[in-house]
Design a protein around this ligand. Structure first.
Ligand code: ARG
Length: 480
């Protein structure tokens, strides 16, 4: 019998237009619909995972006596050739075959005949695609975790060089208290550490096997899912067939973790951009991360950090896209899920590229320690230290706060920093606050210096250079 599209089902005629389900349909889809529904030009990047999954499935089918040993050998031979064809670019990806799964299966059948047609026994594209994505994402997570460690090491090296380099610490972008540049960078090491933990945790849930769920209800063949799970390095099998083929929460979790990591990198980017502005002038970035202007010859713009900040919006968008994709879907599989791949791939690509670039960019930061120190002398950064000094001499903290505020007002009037005030003048301006002035001695100047301020914050998590060095050592040990 001839099919209405002119091709007998299963005939060896024009394979290009024979759909896997052509027996059921009486007219072909339009070219627009074909393009609209196809995913092959973005899901073919899961080809390696698709082949791996198919080989594990075929091995299981043979072990269970569902297909013959010769079928398995044929499938293995065909897949080896397909792998080569994909690697050397000769594989012909065909829109008519919709997605990576059908393209590979069709080529396999062309190469090895009936064995190729037996591969899909006890399996559906629904559990197949869920398996492929998980295998793909597992690799992406592993890459990102390694890169997060590299990024942390780059931060640690720079932090170590600047464990004692004073930097104005800000709150509300106003000078607050002195910190060290090393301490500041170590804040990002902590963030990256949590980012890596989040990815590792997400991986545990990614690493479960959907295959065996078939279309949605399981299969009547005597399959061995545990065997397939082991073959593919999954920790366990997904325990409910409906859930296995339909939920993409693992991809959403990954995007959330990626969005958070990007958000951290975006904050660091914002700081690099500010610090590189002549208004701050705290750092310079290596030329290879900057570009000039086509009109203003003097310009050196921090394009790379700006793009990181911009791309963070894109990854946040992917997270929202996947959440929205999922929210209205009834169980089990719906074609909506085909839309999971582009956001997921792009989120992973963006994260991985950004981490690579950042790891290279950090050692290229030129620190302008003089500018950092000069900025510290402008913002009364040791005012809190003066208050703490008075408290240690017995003055209640609220009174000390007020006394120092008066001293700052006076210093501001004179256009000097607190350490430049004479002892007598400091005493006079706070004389009326609960006897604050009398508590001041010559030793006050030691706490008003930047180094005195830094050294005094000598507890775990504090900015004292000794503590920063200890934090660096602990972080190195964790990464070892
Ligand atoms: N390309 C599809 C996807 O990405 C594969 C699964 C198709 N299943 C189906 N029943 N149409 O989700």
């Amino acid at each position: 019998m001839t099919h209405p599209n002119g091709i007998a089902p299963g005939s060896s005629g024009d394979e290009q237009t024979t759909k896997a389900w052509s027996g059921r349909f009486s007219e072909p889809v339009s070219d627009l619909v074909k393009r609209y529904t196809a995913s092959v030009f973005f899901d073919n990047r899961m080809a390696a995972q698709d082949i791996r999954g198919s080989l594990a499935h075929a091995k299981m089918l043979a072990r269970q006596g569902i297909i013959g040993a010769q079928d398995l050998a044929d499938i293995e031979r065909g897949m080896a050739q397909i792998r080569d064809e994909i690697a050397n670019g000769s594989f012909n990806w065909n829109l008519d075959d919709e997605d990576v799964h059908l393209n590979i299966e069709k080529r396999l059948t062309a190469l090895v005949g009936d064995a190729g047609k037996r591969l899909h026994t006890g399996r559906s594209r629904n559990d197949q695609v869920a398996t492929d994505i998980r295998l793909w994402l597992r690799d992406a997570i592993d890459q990102a975790v390694v890169l997060l460690a590299d990024f942390q090491r780059a931060l640690l090296d720079t932090a170590e060089q600047h464990a004692a380099t004073p930097l104005p610490g800000h709150t509300h972008l106003q000078v607050a208290q002195p910190v060290t540049f090393g301490h500041h960078l170590m804040a990002y090491v902590e963030m990256a550490r949590r980012d890596a933990e989040r990815l590792a945790d997400c991986r545990r849930r990614v690493n479960r096997l959907p295959l065996g769920a078939a279309a949605l209800a399981g299969t009547s063949y005597p399959i061995d899912r545990e065997f397939v799970a082991k073959e593919l390095g999954f920790d366990e099998v997904c325990e409910n067939s409906l859930d296995a083929v339909s939920d993409r929460d693992f991809a959403i979790e990954f995007c959330a973790a990626a969005a958070l990591t990007m958000t951290h990198l975006s904050r660091l980017s914002e700081e690099l951009i500010l610090w590189m502005s002549p208004r701050f002038g705290f750092i310079d970035l290596a030329d290879r991360f900057c570009t000039g202007s086509s009109i203003m010859p003097q310009k050196k713009n921090p394009d790379v950090p700006e793009l990181v900040r911009g791309k963070t919006g894109r990854v946040n968008g992917h997270l929202v896209a996947l959440l929205t994709l999922m929210k209205g879907q009834p169980l089990a599989y719906n074609k909506d899920n085909q839309e999971d791949k582009e956001p997921l791939f792009d989120a992973a690509d963006t994260l991985i590229d950004t981490l690579r670039i950042y790891t290279d960019m950090i050692p290229g930061i030129r620190v302008k320690a003089d500018a950092m120190r000069a900025a510290l002398s402008l913002g009364f950064a040791t005012a809190t230290d003066l208050a703490d000094y008075l408290v240690k001499k017995g003055l209640p903290f609220r009174d000390a706060h007020e006394a120092v505020a008066l001293a700052v007002r006076e210093a501001e009037k004179r256009g000097v920093d607190l350490p430049q005030m004479a002892l007598a003048d400091l005493r006079t301006c706070m004389a009326h606050v609960n006897g604050a002035g009398e508590r001041l001695g010559d030793d006050v100047f030691a706490v008003l210096t930047v180094e005195g301020s830094l050294d005094s914050r000598n507890h775990i998590g504090g900015t004292a250079p000794a503590q920063v060095r200890a934090a660096i050592a602990r972080a190195r040990k964790r990464l070892a």
